[in-house]
Every structure is written in C-alpha cells, then in structure tokens.
Write a protein that binds this ligand. Structure first.
Ligand code: OGA
Ligand code: MN
Length: 429
C-alpha cells in the first residue's frame, strides 16, 4: 500500500472506530423506547421482525398480502388473547401485559379501505379542515389532492400555490416561532376537568409560515402533506386543543366506524373481573367507565396522518384530551408499519406490532390510553393488491394507487370531552 492510501485507510479506520465509540457511549443513555426506534428505523441492515407481533399470519385470507409485501413478523411474538366481537366477522385480540389495548386485524373490508383513502385525500384534506400545508401555503379551496388531480387531467389547470410568507411578512409578529416538523418534544400539561378553563382561555398564536417557501405546484406539495385535522382544532405549538376556533363535526363515515369498533369489543373481557392485571387499574374518581362506553363514547377530534415511507412518528403520549380513559380508535390504510407501544415512560420496553391496511387499534383505559407509543418504520412495498386499480375502477383510482404505493394513512380518532359537553357552556357556568 502506498503511503497516501495507507494514511487515507488509517484515517477512515480511526474515524469509524471513534464514531462507534461515540455511539456506544450514547446508546447506554438511550431509553429502551429509543433503542427499539433505532433498531426498526435501520435501512441497512433491514430490521429483524422476528420479535414483532403480526396477527395477519393467523388469517389464511391474508397470506397473499403478507407474501407479496415480503415482510412478516410472528403470530406469537408475545402473549395474546382472542376476544369475542359483537356484530362483526372480524377477530379481536387483547394483551395481558398492555391492559386496554385491543387490536382488530382486518376490521375494514377492502372496499371500505379504498373509500377511506379517497375520503382522507379528496374530501377531508381541504378547508375548513386544517392541514400542515396550510401553515405555509395559501391552498385552493378544493385542497391539494383535488388540485393535483385536476392538473393531471388538464395541465392548463396547474397552479402555483403561493406561500403565506410572501403575503403576510409584515404581520410576522402575529405568529408563534416554531421549529420545522410536525412533532416536537413539548412537555404539555395533561388536560383534565380542573385545568380545562385555563387551557381554554390561553390565546394560541398560529405557527409561523416558513420564510423560505416558494410558489409550488400541487404535485410538489402533495408528498409534503403530513396531517389533516379532524373535529376540534389541535395547536401543535402548545400541544393543546384550540377551543376558541370552534369545532367541526366528525364526519359520519369516521364516526360510524369508530363507534362500530368500540361496540364490537367485549369490554368485559378487556377490563372485567377475569381480565387479570386489568382488574388493578386506577380509573380515578369516576370509577371504571368502560361499562358505559356503548352509550358515552362519542369521538370529537383526531388527525389523519399521511406517512411517506421515510417518515416516522416518534414516541409520544396523547394527553391533550380531557377524557383520559375513553377509547382512541386508530385506523391503518395502505403500506404496513411497525407500531411500538410501551408504558408510562420511555423506560418501558415497547412491544412491536405490525399494522397492516384495514387493521384497527383501540387504545383505552387509564394505562394504555396514556402510554408512550410511536411508529418508527413504514414497511416499503407493502401496499396490498386490493389497493391497486381494477378494471371496474374509474381511471381516477390510478392516481390514488400511485400515491398510495409510497404512503401509509393513519386515521387517529379521539374523544376530548364527555358526550354532550360543550366547552362554551362549561365556561359560562
Ligand atoms: C397519533 C398516532 C399512530 C399510527 O397520530 O397520535 O399515534 O399508527 N398514530 O400512525
Ligand atoms: Mn398517538
């Protein structure tokens, strides 16, 4: 080896061992949740899924979907229990070590999954609902998806969507400074019925539009669509709902699916006397509420998450809702993902679950509803064949198919307030 090559190789060796030492030092500080996130995020080598629960493996009808995607976990990665479902042919599973978590694999029919993709993009991601793109751009009233579809069919309809900053630069002080990205580590106060008044009255400034955004076509903005708000408006800067902006009703399609999922679960098997550890949960002053959920469950807020295959959702707890035990219903569509669910801090080792298109997850009760959870990995190339266009589809589904090839959609629906409760009335009392 000539001296120059030797020097170069040595530099490379020293640098790589130094990097290794540094990362070893860091990894000892990482919480078990962080370690799991890192493991599943890795592209090279791809993650080992042998400890990931994959309930689709128990359903012979899904074997094709699993094989075509090329990713599979295990049906017995950790202990599960089958529960009865009312009024549904699907199956339900609970987990003795995560009381309150219910997974309903393949709860939604293939057609329903396609309908929800269409609803999420075409009907929902537009005014008066808010999306992450609205922070930075003045979107047309038909929303980014419909503008994209129109331009595809007739290029003369293509738009230059203007950035907000070009219009409102001089009003900049009206905005709250915000770092980029939808999720920040903000230690917000958990909402409850005592602090609701003060949370309600805190003025919430809109997030600052990016000063570097420039006029963009719908086709450029579409891959940047990250979330659309459902129901009560969520304020990312403070991680609290902004009740002063009023409330948009949760669309009946979504509301009906969530109510159906909550009614389908046999809650007595989840939380009743024979449910093991779940019997010891602390439900607070109102006592166990699960017995009444058939009447009291009413979704009023949520978010549609759009993940491109490189996107992740870091460990967090959804604690902005006054109802801290009421079911949160989470619908998966498109590409599959690894979902991690841990405990009250990031120090609980999380359990990894492979979620596929059509699966519904319910997080409920005092422990599970406020457990750390996140999505460290979207599994690329796992769009199931029932999401591809068929001969009967109008040409329009081709665009959905193309978009969904690299996308996972999650519709995450919550109950902020007890049924029938209106904040305005509460404030007036
Ligand atoms: C959320 C969430 C989980 C998912 O939106 O708060 O936890 O499966 N989503 O995408
Ligand atoms: Mn969440």
């Amino acid at each position: 080896m000539d001296p120059a090559s030797y020097k170069k190789a040595r530099r490379h060796f020293l640098k790589s061992t130094r990097d290794r030492d540094n990362s070893a030092a860091h990894s000892s500080d990482w919480s078990p949740f962080r370690v799991a996130e890192k493991r599943f995020k890795s592209k090279f080598p791809p993650p080992d899924l042998s400890n990931v629960l994959d309930l689709a493996l128990l359903d012979p009808q899904r074997i094709h979907e699993i094989n075509a995607g090329g990713w599979a976990g295990r049906p017995d990665a950790f202990p599960t229990r089958r529960i009865n479902l009312f009024d549904s042919d699907a199956k339900g599973y609970i987990f003795p070590h995560i009381p309150g978590l219910v997974v309903l694999p393949s709860f939604l029919s293939h057609q329903k999954q396609k309908d929800l993709v269409e609803w999420s993009l075409s009907e929902h991601s537009k005014q008066p609902n808010e999306t992450n793109l609205d922070i930075h751009y003045i979107l047309p009233p038909e929303g980014v998806w419909n503008a994209y579809v129109a331009a595809k069919s007739d290029p003369s309809l293509d738009l230059h969507i203007p950035p907000k900053s070009s219009v409102v630069l001089d009003a900049f002080e009206q905005y709250q400074e915000q770092e980029s990205g939808p999720r920040q580590l903000i230690n917000n106060t958990p909402a409850d019925s005592d602090n609701f008044d003060s949370l309600h009255n805190v003025p919430k400034l809109p997030a600052a539009p990016s000063p570097t955004a420039h006029p963009s076509s719908p086709a450029t903005l579409l891959p940047k669509l990250r979330w659309a708000n459902i129901g009560w408006f969520y304020h990312w800067g403070t991680k609290q709902y902004d009740f002063t902006k009023g409330k948009i009703a949760v669309h009946s399609t979504i509301r009906d699916i969530c109510k159906h999922a909550v009614r389908a679960a046999d809650w007595n098997q989840v939380f009743g006397n024979d449910s093991g550890d779940a019997g010891d949960l602390d439900w607070g002053e109102n006592g166990p509420e699960w017995m009444d959920w058939n009447e009291t469950y009413e979704p009023d807020a949520g978010i549609v998450n759009f993940y491109q295959t490189k996107d992740t959702l870091m460990a967090h707890v959804d604690r902005s809702e006054v109802c801290a035990t009421s079911p949160l219903v989470s619908i998966s569509l498109g590409n599959a993902a690894i979902f991690l669910i841990g405990g009250p801090t990031r120090d609980t080792e999380p359990s990894p679950i492979l979620l596929r298109s059509g699966d519904v997850v319910i997080m409920s009760g005092p422990a599970c509803r406020r457990s750390y959870h996140g999505v460290p990995r979207i599994l690329e190339n796992t769009l199931p064949s029932h999401m591809l266009s068929t001969d009967e589809d109008q040409r329009e589904w081709e665009l959905y198919e193309q978009y969904m090839k690299t996308t996972r959609i999650n519709i995450n629906v919550r109950q902020v307030f007890p049924k029938g409760f209106a904040p305005q009335q509460h404030v007036d009392i």
